[in-house]
Design a binder for this molecule. Structure first.
Ligand code: ATP
Length: 304
């Protein structure tokens, strides 16, 4: 499979501490990849390494199919918004963009106007950035990351501290760019619920280790309402379920079946299983919210 970006045992060690520990992520063109993890999990360090702002201590990454030194040649196709995005508060959004265009050698006429329009800041051309709301500043940060028409845009916590309105604005901007310009995004966040409304793929990082990668569909399936059934004979239990007309089920391990329909029919299911000689060891309805799923995976309370 063709990936736009992969990391290969990417590691960053500070002293004895591995901030990022042998991480392998896989990002395809057109993905909105959500890198999710608590504060200090290692997200920024990963993003810095793949955008050339920090050197790995071990491992490497491939960008557009190129690895090592060759990958660094493609850095100009990446736009970033990582930590303090270099915004000058006494200047307007247009002036900030002009500076960035000059710095990276973009001279095309109309670029600034187009970028302002893309992020919905076309009507605040004269206003100084210090008078912007946080959401407006984040959108300017995104516009700055878009200078030079990058194929891949890396945004570190672009929704951090935003109110619901600000989050919705950033989400709409990213989805539009993703759809209309086929820009691939990597967005980090410590709040899965917020990422879940925009990301197509996820990487869950904890203590520097990538715990899981999954698609949006896989994540939603894990969090959707279901009956969790434990029996002493999974194979026979499946036959009984099918006889009952139940089709939406999945065998998850040697004794567990997840059923995604007829959630109120637990009693009937147990009875039919018993009639067919299958012993029910446990039957519960589960409805794990996204955040619960993430907390279970990483263990404990999110420290914000
Ligand atoms: P946050 O959302 O708080 O930025 P994060 O997931 O982005 O969290 P990182 O900033 O990547 O996490 O930090 C990962 C770990 O590496 C933390 O324990 C941090 O203290 C440590 N770390 C980061 N940069 C350095 C550095 N320059 N020197 C030493 N340790 C560092």
């Amino acid at each position: 499979m063709e990936y736009l970006l992969t990391t290969n045992s990417l590691t960053k060690q500070y002293g004895r501490h591995k901030a990022v520990n042998a991480v392998n992520i896989h990002i395809r063109q057109g993905d909105i990849y959500g890198l999710i993890g608590r504060n200090g999990a290692g997200k920024t360090t990963i993003l810095k390494m793949i955008s050339g702002l920090a050197a790995p201590t071990e491992g490497d990454f491939s960008l557009f199919g190129k690895t090592g030194k060759d990958a660094y040649e493609y850095m100009s196709r990446i736009g970033t918004l990582i930590e303090a995005p270099g915004i000058y508060p006494n200047m307007s959004a247009a002036e900030n963009l002009k500076l960035k265009c000059l710095a990276v050698g973009v001279r095309k006429k109309g670029t600034i106007e187009e970028l302002l329009k893309t992020v919905g800041l076309e009507n605040v051309e004269k206003k100084k950035v210090k008078k912007f709301s946080l959401g407006m500043k984040q959108r300017l940060g995104i516009a700055l990351a878009l200078v030079g028409d990058p194929d891949l845009v890396i945004l570190d916590e672009p929704i951090n501290g935003l109110d619901p309105q600000g989050i919705a604005e950033v989400r709409e901007t990213l989805q539009k760019l993703n759809k209309e310009k086929n820009i691939t995004f990597i967005i980090s966040s410590h709040i899965l619920e917020e990422l879940s409304k925009m990301a197509t793929n996820y990487g869950i990082i904890h203590n520097g280790i990538l715990l899981q990668e999954m698609t949006r569909e896989e994540l939603l399936a894990k969090c959707s309402e279901r009956i969790e059934l434990k029996t002493d004979d999974t194979r026979k239990a499946c036959t009984v379920l099918e006889d009952m007309g139940i089709e939406k089920y999945k065998v998850v391990d040697a004794d567990t079946i997840q059923i995604f329909e007829r959630l109120n029919d637990g009693g009937d299911i147990t009875m039919r299983l018993a009639e067919n000689g299958v012993k029910t060891m446990g039957i519960t309805v589960k409805n794990e919210a996204l955040e619960d799923y993430y907390l279970n995976l990483t263990g404990g309370i999110v420290n914000v």
